[in-house]
Write a protein that binds this ligand. Structure first.
Ligand SMILES: C[S@@+](CC[C@H](N)C(=O)[O-])C[C@H]1O[C@@H](n2cnc3c(N)ncnc32)[C@H](O)[C@@H]1O
Length: 278
């Protein structure tokens, strides 16, 4: 058989092979447990990742996932945007039932967390905790670290800050460690990684600085910390005010062969996800 991944198999059977910590891809070269399959006895025929982005995207666009998001949103303090979203979701489901296909950052994160069972989640751009809440609801023991400036009046809405977010996560029954770090992500994220040199994550969302340069910088900062089999979520790829974010996603992630990618741009502001293959 020539198809076996002989070059990556360890003849002694004792090391972790290609995906060990000596990889040049940083601490993210660790495997995400639930989304990878490795059996040393049977050998490495395929790369270790056992889910592709369409597994997550398929669930994220389902009516069942939208119903799950509605349940989580109802447990949170509403604002004008979530009131609008609840009415939009309920109308889509009432008119089109199980045929309705829709995705946004919340359906993608709920699906991603249900599927990947993350132990460690990192989020840049938390605001009121709406996206973080999806992960907390699906994986209540997951350790979560969130970064935000909590910029007052962001997008014309209130941005009450970390105490509010902590209370929202508590209301959802989140039991894992929760770190909320205030400040500019271009400073705080590198500083966090410097003080946590071994930190890596199963699931990461980048939804903070929406400038072209800033969003690219955030993506570059987190990529080395995403585990193999880990899932990356990026929002607003067809938002009318940030339409360049699709190019940012493409140049930073889609063009990188280590990722398998998926996107939804039919409705809303668009959302993208990637699974790290290697
Ligand atoms: C789109 S909102 C996040 C929404 C949240 N992910 C959700 O789905 O509900 C973007 C957030 O990023 C924050 N932000 C913008 N620029 C930032 C920066 N340079 N560093 C940290 N946070 C930033 C804003 O304060 C705002 O709360």
């Amino acid at each position: 058989m020539t198809s076996r991944r002989e070059t990556q198999a360890d003849p002694t059977g004792s090391s972790t092979g290609r995906f060990d910590e000596s990889s040049t891809r940083g601490t993210g070269s660790r495997l995400s447990t639930h989304t990878t399959f490795v059996d040393r006895e049977l050998g490495e025929w395929y790369p270790p990742v056992i889910i592709g982005p369409s597994t997550v995207g398929g669930r994220a666009t389902s009516a069942g996932c939208v119903r799950g998001v509605i349940d989580v949103l109802r447990a949170l303090e509403p604002d004008d945007y979530t009131r609008y979203l609840l009415a939009y979701y309920e109308t889509g489901l009432a008119r089109f039932g199980d045929d309705w296909r829709y995705a946004d950052i919340t359906t993608v994160l709920l699906a991603a967390a249900e599927i990947s069972k993350p132990k460690d989640y990192l989020e840049i751009g938390v605001r009121r905790g709406r996206s973080m809440a999806m992960v907390a609801a699906a994986a209540p023991d997951c350790a979560v670290v969130g970064f935000d400036l909590w910029e007052a009046g962001y997008a014309g809405m209130d941005n009450p800050g970390p105490d509010f977010v902590r209370a929202q996560m508590g209301a959802l029954g989140h039991k894992g460690k929760l770190e909320l770090i205030s400040g500019d992500s271009h400073v705080t994220v590198p500083a966090y990684f410097e003080s946590h040199p071994d930190a890596s994550f199963d699931l990461i969302t980048v939804d903070g600085d929406h400038t072209k340069r800033g969003a690219a910088q955030d993506l570059r900062a987190i990529v080395p910390r995403l585990r193999v089999g880990g899932i990356l979520v990026f929002d607003d790829i067809v938002h009318p005010q940030h339409s360049y974010l699709a190019d940012v996603w493409h140049s930073q992630i889609v063009s990188d062969n280590s990722f398998a990618c998926w996107g939804f741009t039919e409705l809303g502001y668009g959302v993208a996800l990637a699974v790290r293959k290697e």
